[in-house]
Design a binder for this molecule. Structure first.
Ligand SMILES: Nc1ncnc2c1ncn2[C@@H]1O[C@H](COP(=O)(O)OP(=O)(O)O)[C@@H](O)[C@H]1O
Ligand SMILES: [Mg+2]
Length: 257
């Protein structure tokens, strides 16, 4: 059984379709990469899985989490799923953390809401993950307020917190776009380890196919609210079918020169 199944999902706003007839299946311990240009609907797709769409969006179709339709569930059931089973790395880490509370207090509050664990253990685990993703000086980071840290640091702290929640599904919207190449490689390495060690499934959105080449089992290409092509990573990269996919690939190759 697939972990997440999206059937005939169409999302519109003011009678304009933002997503058109999306179908997608994600298995346990599978990483699906979603690529596409700006405005192609990538964030809308992720937000629909997370119940984060604006109220005035019209949603048709089904999103099944295991055997439950996410849009049939009550708020209380959703609270249990989000954070514990499905966790999110936001495109805007600045909006994720409360700016005026220390990182440490937010880690302790969030993790202990979902796991039976002592504050000391949370701190030890956080310092360990910080070091792995290139956040040195972890003790100072834990005592800092988010507004004192750069966007890239906040992003990696968000990634560390999400990893500690050990979700079955991790949803990541452009999680490494703001990072330098070294930090990016470290984060990708840790995401791969999560898949290998914890069987975490990941939906990873980016406009950078080079990133997906490193971690994705399968790549989906979106254009104007539609899935226009999907294939296992090696096949898609070696033998793109659509002109739009070829253009995206060409952009990566040009950047490399
Ligand atoms: N809150 C919103 N209200 C109205 N239109 C929106 C909103 N959010 C996104 N859209 C529209 O939906 C389309 C897809 O946006 P988005 O999902 O953010 O694309 P991507 O993440 O691929 O850049 C865009 O045309 C955008 O203008
Ligand atoms: Mg987006």
């Amino acid at each position: 059984m697939s972990l997440l199944t999206i059937r005939d999902l169409t999302i519109s706003h003011n009678k304009q379709n933002i997503l058109n007839n999306i179908n997608l299946k994600l298995n346990t311990a599978e990483i699906i990469g979603i690529a596409g240009g700006s405005g192609s609907g990538k964030s809308t797709l992720l937000n629909s899985i997370l119940h984060l769409l604006p109220q005035d969006f019209n949603i048709q179709g089904e999103i099944h989490w295991q055997n439950k339709n996410l849009y049939d569930l009550k708020a209380k059931q959703l609270t249990h799923i989000y954070g514990k089973e499905i966790a999110f790395i936001s495109q805007n880490p600045q909006t994720f953390f409360c700016p005026v509370r220390t990182i440490k207090s937010q880690f302790i509050e969030t993790i202990s809401a979902h796991q039976k664990i002592t504050a000391d253990k949370i701190i030890t685990q956080a310092l360990d993950i910080f070091a792995k993703i290139g956040l040195n000086d972890g003790k100072n980071i834990l005592n800092a307020y988010p507004f004192m840290l750069s966007g890239g640091m906040n992003q990696r702290i968000n990634i560390a917190l999400t990893m500690m929640l050990k979700p079955q599904l991790l949803i990541a919207d452009e999680p490494t776009s703001a990072l330098d190449v070294m930090s990016q490689a470290k984060v990708l390495q840790e995401l791969l380890l999560m898949k290998q060690k914890l069987n975490t499934s990941i939906l990873f959105v980016t406009h950078n196919l080079k990133v997906l080449a490193k971690i994705a089992d399968k790549i989906i290409i979106m254009h104007q609210g539609k899935i226009i092509e999907q294939n296992p990573t090696e096949i898609l990269l070696a033998n793109p079918q659509e002109d739009y996919t070829k253009k995206l690939l060409q952009a990566v190759i040009t950047l490399k020169k």
